[in-house]
Design a protein around this ligand. Structure first.
Ligand SMILES: O=C(O)c1ccccc1NCC(=O)[C@H](O)[C@H](O)COP(=O)(O)O
Length: 379
């Protein structure tokens, strides 16, 4: 597998310092090639114990600079707590009182801190050489963006990415009788072009297994692994479970991580949906090589506020022109409930939409799709 040759267990942004990060901290982020070789040995399971320890120390050192690099790009979400284990999110007021130390500043930061430790555990349990074997058995990749374009051309409406989501931090449990395969099948027969499957367990009650079950049940729609990706390992794992696309959140990942992860996805023939929420993130993302597929989230993941005019704002003027020139497919995400909402974001320039709550809550999600669009889009 060609893509695996470039996998490293070290944080990604450290290994391809295209920009002069070291200008701010000499020698801290350019790893010597011997370290990279040893990282590859660890990834392939052929290293000795002292080498493993040395690498862990190196990884920790590099991790300590992550927040610094991210902050330089305007990213407010810190990858790790400044010191010690995280406490739980305590809300904006308490944050002001307590956040001098290790309290996450908002729910997105809490999720990321949890994900960072969770993924480190997964990597220990399933190193790359073991993941490689699973990857060889993965089902063939399906064309996610192609399916959205085809749906858009067929219906004249934005292609639908229908979200299989049991719960969320902002809305709590959306559906008690949650059968992911049944919901996925209903979405498919209702005319969804693609599906988004929540993989996070702690905050969304999702799982990678739900995605594998949907794929193994014969659902034809391409699948987006809706996960908080902080490490390339998750991309390979998602592929091994049948994902055709992954999500990268610009509020969380520095530019070099995004560029590097897009390259991995290309090698795996997967699509990469890069999600932005504000103008600054959109400008950053438009400057990253290889970005072809952008999601505009109308939900502020730090405050939960939803405003569909966000999609319009980010597609106005020069940004919209660049997007059209480059034929980038834009997805309008969150807070879409009825045909007026769809018409609004379509007029703003989206060719696809990502919808969860308004359809997953319906007793018949297939009918939910027809209500969302104001007509049956499956014919
Ligand atoms: O929805 C949340 O509470 C949330 C919290 C933290 C990070 C992400 C979160 N949601 C992800 C999404 O934005 C939505 O699942 C997706 O866009 C669909 O939105 P909706 O149609 O409003 O369910």
């Amino acid at each position: 597998m060609e893509g695996l040759a470039s996998f490293r267990s070290l944080p990604c942004f450290t290994c391809r310092p295209k920009r002069s990060i070291s200008a701010t901290r000499p020698n801290s982020l350019s790893l010597p090639s011997s370290t990279i070789v040893r990282a590859q040995q660890v990834a392939m399971g052929s290293e000795s114990e002292p080498v493993k320890d040395e690498l862990k120390i190196k990884e920790w050192e590099v991790g300590m600079f992550h927040n610094e690099v991210a902050a330089a790009q305007g990213i407010k979400i810190r990858r790790r707590p400044p010191t010690g284990p995280p406490k739980h999110y305590v809300g904006p007021f308490e944050f002001r009182l307590e956040n001098e130390g290790n309290t996450p500043r908002n729910i997105l930061e809490e999720i990321i801190w949890h994900k960072d430790t969770e993924v480190a555990r997964w990597r220990e349990k399933k190193p790359l050489h073991s993941l490689l074997k699973d990857l060889q058995k993965a089902p063939p990749v399906r064309d996610f963006v192609g399916a959205l374009r085809a749906a858009n051309e067929r219906t004249g409406l934005p292609g639908l990415i229908a979200e299989v989501k049991k719960a969320s931090p902002s809305r709590g449990v959306l559906r008690e009788d949650f059968d992911p395969v049944e919901i996925a099948q209903a979405y498919e027969s209702g005319g969804a072009a693609c599906l988004s499957v929540l993989a996070d367990e702690k905050y969304f009650q999702g799982s990678y297994e739900n995605m594998a079950a949907i794929r193994n049940a014969g659902v034809q729609c391409p699948l987006l692994c809706k996960e908080f990706i902080v490490d390339a390992w998750q991309i390979y794992y998602a592929r091994s479970k049948g994902a055709d696309a992954i999500l990268l959140i610009a509020a969380v990942l520095p530019d070099l991580d995004i560029g590097y992860m897009i390259k991995i996805c290309k090698k795996l023939k997967m699509a990469t949906l890069v999600e932005v929420h504000d103008e600054k993130e959109m400008d950053r993302v438009l400057g990253i090589e290889g970005v072809e597929f952008i999601g505009i989230n109308n939900r502020n993941l730090e405050t939960f506020e939803v405003d569909t005019s966000n999609t319009k704002k980010l597609l106005e003027g020069k940004r919209g022109e660049v997007i059209r020139e480059r034929d980038i497919i834009v997805v309008g995400e969150s807070g879409l409930f009825n045909p007026d909402d769809i018409a609004y974001v379509q007029k703003a320039g989206v060719k696809a939409i990502l919808v969860g709550e308004s359809i997953v809550k319906q007793s018949d999600p297939k009918k939910g799709i027809a209500q969302l669009f104001g007509r049956n889009i499956s014919v």
